[in-house]
Ligand binder design. Structure first.
Ligand code: GLC
Length: 422
């Protein structure tokens, strides 16, 4: 072969390979959350898949609050937009969004699906269609300052809300002598989905039911639920700042992590950040079940799942990304680096995961017995129910209504939303 012919042949081969890999390699767009380390960890995981497959992932930065994400995603999906291929979906959304997602039941081997907690798979299954694979699970926890409990003579975390109030007040009064910004207890008091999560914990732990029960009956109008809300209102301006009614997860974490609160209600992700090198309270954090209001402790079930849009033009690659990210290798990395609770049962026995997050083991039952919000029974209307509930709780926290009046009105509101049937 003459030299010029050889050059031409080599160039043609290179071109063929390039176009072949171009026709296979695709760009997938994934919507990621942005709370704490979420965005960076999402980018890292997606990059690992991209490296393995030769594909590219575009990251769509979703708003921080779950309600804002839902609004945005609903618009995209209603317009049948193909802009986002993979969505990060809140555990309370399947009933509202299922029709827009690829049924993964026929695309993912059963053994892979069955490695996840059964209840989470069930929550992502609507009309026998698996709309998303679980990525991480969440349950509400009580964070406390081990150093301050010891300083004020307490041996362990509070078991009841009344104990929490007493301890928080004593620590707050003492610490405020040298730190005016110090407060007893921070939680998610803003009017949004996070408040619904916190209020579920107050209500269930007082024996006030789950707002709407599994059969669809509206149960919120009861004295125990009213008492739970009045109890939470009594914290405002005594052990919690008035501003707590504007706090989401990150505002509460900011105060706790700056060393300015004795107690905090938050999700597991706050652990990894609190133990980070730049945290003022590294090594001084305890994690316990949330207190009881007389009916045992209750943690609200949260968590996020990954689904593939029916309108995606790259469904195969999108499914591959979802399977990779929800698989054991990624879930282990995320548990170790970010304290994201695995949804794969076997990872709760993994030594590296437990060494980094001891409470995954000691509070295992908190995660497995977490209480679901009533998104299952209220189906497509959950968002309306949740908004009505957040409004009712806000009325009590801001002193506009007493618990009894608020639960009576909420019951009437939910009954109206329900109409003849859910
Ligand atoms: C967490 C939970 C999610 C919940 C949200 C409320 O992200 O995982 O389920 O809806 O908090 O703010």
């Amino acid at each position: 072969m003459r030299k010029s012919t050889r050059c031409l042949a080599a160039a043609t081969l290179a071109l063929t390979l390039a176009s072949a890999s171009q026709s296979q390699a695709v760009t997938v767009t994934m919507a990621c959350g942005t709370v704490g380390m979420e965005l960076q960890m999402c980018k890292d995981g997606a990059a690992r898949w991209a490296k393995k497959t030769g594909n590219t992932v575009n990251i769509f930065e979703s708003p921080n609050l779950t309600n804002d994400r839902l609004g945005l995603y609903k618009q995209q999906l209603a317009a049948k937009s193909s802009d986002i291929d993979v969505y990060q979906l809140d555990i309370v959304w399947p009933g509202q969004l299922a029709q827009h997602f690829v049924n993964l039941k026929t695309k993912v081997p059963a053994a892979e699906v069955n490695a996840h907690f059964k209840g989470i798979i069930a929550a992502n299954t609507v009309d026998n269609q698996l709309m998303a694979l679980p990525w991480f699970t969440d349950a509400g926890l009580l964070y406390y300052r081990t150093d301050l409990l010891a300083k004020y003579g307490y041996k362990s975390a509070p078991k009841t809300w009344a104990e929490l109030a007493t301890m928080a007040k004593k620590i707050q009064d003492g610490e405020q002598k040298t730190n005016k910004a110090f407060t007893g207890f921070v939680f998610q008091g803003k009017n949004y989905e996070g408040l619904v999560c916190d209020a579920m914990e107050w209500i269930v732990s007082h024996g006030g039911g789950t707002v709407v029960d599994a059969s669809g009956k509206v149960t919120i109008n009861n004295a125990k639920a009213a008492k739970a809300l009045d109890t939470a209102a009594s914290w405002i301006r005594t052990i919690s700042p008035a501003g707590v009614t504007t706090y989401g997860e990150e505002e509460a974490r900011g105060i706790f992590q700056a060393g300015n609160a004795a107690f905090m209600r938050n999700w597991p992700y706050a652990w990894a950040l609190g133990q980070g090198d730049d945290s003022k309270i590294k090594g001084k954090i305890g994690v316990a079940p949330l207190p009881s209001g007389g009916a045992g402790n209750a943690a609200t079930l949260g968590g996020w799942n990954l689904g593939v849009s029916k309108y995606s033009k790259n469904q195969d690659a999108a499914i591959s990304l979802v399977r990779y990210l929800t698989g054991p290798e990624e879930q282990k990395i995320r548990a170790i680096e970010g304290a994201y609770n695995p949804t794969i049962v076997s990872l709760y026995k993994d030594k590296d995961v437990l060494a980094k997050n001891p409470f995954f083991g000691s509070l295992y039952s908190v995660f497995t017995s977490a209480v679901a919000r009533p998104s299952g029974p209220t189906k497509t209307k959950y968002n309306q129910v949740s908004q009505a509930m957040a409004n009712a709780v806000t009325d009590v926290l801001t002193g506009k209504k007493k618990g009894q009046a608020a639960v009576a009105k909420l019951s009437a509101d939910i009954t109206r939303i329900k109409g003849r049937a859910w």
